[in-house]
Design a protein around this ligand. Structure first.
Ligand SMILES: Cc1cc2nc3c(=O)[nH]c(=O)nc-3n(C[C@H](O)[C@H](O)[C@H](O)COP(=O)(O)O)c2cc1C
Ligand code: SF4
Ligand code: SF4
Length: 363
């Protein structure tokens, strides 16, 4: 039970306000944030919700009596890049209290709940907030319905509801501990796994998220309405073409799955057969072959480790962008579009967004 003043405000730590920052692709983290907001209201704490990336970090005023909460999903076994960038740009915390909640992709097989893997997400957030001068009171990873439909199907609505119920209970218990003035740090096994997966997380941040952005395409059911572009918080989609425009995914895409979840025609796919081609085009063997062709002209200079790595990276991004541009033109031919549509699993996979969350709640 949280002790309260006559005003209903938790008295132990004297918080006057709760400022919540959330980043959410398909509504899980948004729902989590709303649970905390309602619970805070019961304790007389006025909460302000701020969407990442729409909020400008420099506009945040940090006061000691404010409790700061950061709610996000897991991407690539770590915290998502937009949240990392946001925290790095925040003003100094000057000892203000903060906590972080990371939603991971949980599923349910039969009656068994299968946890996701948050990896380094929680403790990376804790570290960044500490370095920014916040007094970190706790971090928690919580299983929410898995939304990464590019990799595997989303849980059925019934299973998702079960996962959400458990998540709500866990989130509110964690928040109660924070309000009681207790520190709450769990997830050491997740962190241990996260350490082992650090190379994958770095690969995800440097390359994976760009590769994933270039897997998206619209199938023949797309009517060019442009909702997907309007619903994206990152400017990840440009509508191309005149009379019947089509969506074109750019490197700004953070693979949050929102466009896939909310397209009224279920037209957004991630190409699995296309992924194989894109992997080959952008693979190291191809770039090494091209670099070797340059050696007679540049001698040992090109073999300098850092230079060749930088060239490889530049080749990777440029080759994926060029290949995707060509791919997007080919997709205008209905029969080619149909071939790629029927050779991706996402055509069969269930879409997911948190059922009560509208796309406009996330903008
Ligand atoms: C690109 C991408 C990568 C993901 N990586 C992980 C992961 O490494 N571990 C995990 O447990 N869940 C992972 N997930 C699942 C989400 O973190 C999880 O479903 C989360 O609750 C989604 O929240 P949101 O709807 O607020 O975006 C990933 C999802 C996406 C879209
Ligand atoms: S992909 Fe869907 S939301 Fe986007 S333009 Fe096509 S029909 Fe509209
Ligand atoms: S383009 Fe789609 S998946 Fe990418 S960030 Fe925007 S809404 Fe999310």
């Amino acid at each position: 039970m949280v002790p309260k003043e006559a005003s209903g405000r938790p008295e132990k730590l004297g918080y006057r306000k709760l400022t919540l920052f959330f980043m959410s692709g398909t509504g899980n983290s948004y729902r989590n944030t709303r649970w905390i907001e309602s619970e805070a209201a019961k304790h007389g704490l006025e909460a302000g919700l701020n969407l990442v990336p729409a909020t400008h970090p420099a506009s945040i005023s940090v006061e000691r009596e404010t409790l700061f909460g950061f709610v996000m999903s897991t991407h690539g076994f770590t915290a998502p890049w937009p949240m990392i960038r946001f925290v790095l740009r925040l003003p100094r915390g000057r000892g203000a209290h903060a906590f972080a909640i990371v939603g991971r992709g949980g599923s349910k097989i039969g009656n068994r709940y299968i946890p996701g893997v948050e990896g380094t997400a929680c403790y990376l957030m804790a570290l960044l907030l500490m370095l920014k001068g916040f007094n970190v009171r706790g971090v928690m990873a919580v299983d929410m319905p898995a939304n990464w439909v590019v990799a595997y199907p989303a849980p059925t609505p019934e299973k998702a509801a079960g996962i959400m119920n458990r998540a709500r209970t866990r989130t509110l218990a964690f928040f109660a501990r924070i309000l009681e003035g207790k520190r709450s740090f769990g997830g050491w096994i997740g962190l241990l796994i996260g350490f082992l997966l650090v190379p994958i997380s770095i690969g995800y941040l440097l390359v994976g998220r760009f590769f994933l952005a270039k897997l998206f395409f619209a199938n023949n059911d797309c009517n060019g309405c442009g909702l997907c572009a309007g619903n994206c918080s990152y400017g990840g989609i440009k509508m191309k073409g005149g009379e019947k425009p089509w969506p074109y995914w750019t490197y700004n895409c953070e693979s949050c799955m929102r466009c896939m979840a909310y397209c009224p025609e279920k037209a957004v796919e991630a190409g699995h057969s296309w992924a194989v081609i894109l992997y080959f085009v952008s693979s190291t063997s191809v770039s090494m072959y091209l670099l070797n062709l340059l050696v007679p002209y540049t001698g040992e200079f090109i073999m300098n480790r850092w230079l060749s790595r930088s060239l490889e990276y530049a080749y990777l991004l440029a080759s994926m962008a060029a290949a995707y541009w060509l791919f997007s033109l080919l997709l205008r031919v209905p029969v080619i579009n149909s071939i790629f549509t029927h050779t991706t699993f996402t055509h069969l996979f269930r879409r997911y967004h948190e059922p009560e969350t509208k796309a406009r709640d996330l903008l």
